[in-house]
Design a protein around this ligand. Structure first.
Ligand code: HEC
Ligand code: HEC
Length: 370
């Protein structure tokens, strides 16, 4: 391992360890209601004072206007420091609360399942929430103490005290913040879930057009679109909800995105420059057999969360469906060639009309249908 590789590895390891430690939170004050905690989590989530330099909140990359993804539709979102970027596209996090706790290998699925982040490197929403505050490519706080000092000065500190008592120890306060954010993310007030045209269709309260219905059938058909193999339209065993993901991981052979600004950030953060390879799950589990695998995302709200895939390669759903259809002939240049799934995608032999129908179906998955 070269020195620079080691540095990058240490950085990744540090962030992973930070996000995996299970720590103590304050005993909630008996006078505080669950709504107080949710309100506190919401205030923290939207507070742009909590980055270094100030100006960036969780909502900067996860905006309610775009199903809690980046409403500026950046390939990868800029960090708080001008000129710095992470390597991945900011996903919608409306349905992230349903991902099984703790990344685990499932013999039934023949895959790892669950966890948070596209590479499963955090187990819970709480663990996840601590990552961005200290990530130099995101909110950039230099230490937990620096962050906690800002919380003490915030308008909502009185609410914080009502829920957790006064801050005496920065590490406990950091855990409390993560606890409050996760409560907000799990609350009904976080977003408008399961209110798409498709949900009303299932309840008999909306009618799909002929094209949408055709698209739905192609989506499910195990000899045609095969999408439901990984994005199931059936009830998730844990929640009983239809989530369009089984939270497994797959390498679907996505090429590098040359337009990813991560390649051009200072070499201290990305020593490999343009040659950087995003190995995804393989790094998290320390096993090259899983290089290039990323978590199957939900397809709910997919029409409003462009660009698509972990590196934001495609701007439209038509491009995505075309990729699944003809990957093996048109896009045979995966970033990580080993482990690419050739069984379920890549040469679907769909017509242009069939591709369009699948896209029409995907457009019925946007919440807030009237
Ligand atoms: C600069 C943009 C940016 C900021 C700021 C940011 N995120 Fe993210 N978020 C991302 C990206 C990019 C990913 C995917 C990264 C990965 O998988 O490595 C992500 C992933 C997540 C996930 C995991 C989603 C899943 O289903 O696996 C959650 C939850 C989340 N963010 C919540 C938050 C919270 C809470 C904050 C504030 C403390 C925050 N984010 C701040 C860009 C951002
Ligand atoms: C073998 C499993 C598998 C199959 C089959 C599959 N997908 Fe996916 N899908 C994934 C994975 C894994 C990702 C995330 C890949 C990444 O970002 O690296 C993904 C990502 C997506 C995205 C982008 C999501 C986002 O938020 O950026 C869309 C859209 C999508 N799939 C639609 C479909 C459609 C439509 C089909 C059928 C034509 C399909 N998928 C078939 C596994 C699969």
């Amino acid at each position: 391992m070269t020195k620079s590789k080691f540095y990058f590895f240490s950085l990744t390891l540090m962030l992973t360890l930070l996000s995996c430690k299970k720590e103590q939170i304050s005993v909630p004050n008996s006078l505080a209601t669950p709504n107080d905690k949710v309100a506190l989590g919401k205030s923290i989530f939207f507070d742009r004072n909590l980055s270094n330099p100030t100006g960036q909140s969780c909502a900067s990359c996860h905006s309610p206007g775009a199903a809690f993804s980046d409403s500026s539709h950046n390939t990868v979102s800029p960090g708080a420091v001008t000129g710095l970027f992470g390597s991945r596209n900011a996903p919608s996090i409306v349905y992230s609360m349903y991902s099984p706790l703790t990344l685990k290998y499932s013999i039934d699925d023949g895959s790892f399942v669950g966890g948070q982040f596209l590479d499963g490197r955090a187990n819970t929403l709480e663990d996840q929430a601590k990552g961005p505050f200290l990530n130099p490519l995101e909110m950039g706080n230099v230490s937990i103490e620096a962050l906690i000092n800002k919380i003490k000065m915030a308008q909502y500190y009185a609410l914080y005290q009502k829920v957790y008592g006064s801050i005496t120890d920065a590490n406990t306060a950091f855990n409390n913040i993560a606890d409050a954010i996760a409560s907000f993310e799990r609350s009904a007030s976080f977003s408008n879930r399961f209110t798409s045209k498709f949900d009303y269709y299932l309840k008999g309260q909306a009618t799909l057009t002929a094209q949408e219905l055709n698209g739905y059938n192609l989506f499910k058909d195990t000899l045609k679109g095969r999408c439901a193999n990984c994005h199931p339209d059936t009830q998730d065993p844990n929640s009983g909800q239809i989530l369009f993901t089984d939270f497994t991981y797959d390498n679907i052979g996505i090429p590098k995105n040359a337009a990813n600004p991560f390649y051009t950030i200072p070499s201290g953060f990305n020593p490999a420059g343009i040659n950087y390879l995003d190995k995804g799950l393989g790094v998290t589990v320390g096993n090259a057999l899983f290089n290039g695998a990323f978590k199957v995302p939900t397809l709910r709200n997919i029409a409003v969360t462009a660009p698509y895939f972990h590196n934001g390669l495609f701007n439209t759903l038509n491009d995505v469906v075309h990729f699944y259809n003809v990957r093996d002939s048109l896009f045979n240049n995966p970033e990580i060639p080993a482990n690419v799934n050739h069984k379920e995608l890549g040469n679907l032999k769909l017509t242009a009309a069939e591709e369009n129908a699948i896209v029409a179906f995907l457009m019925t998955l946007t919440d807030g249908y009237k």
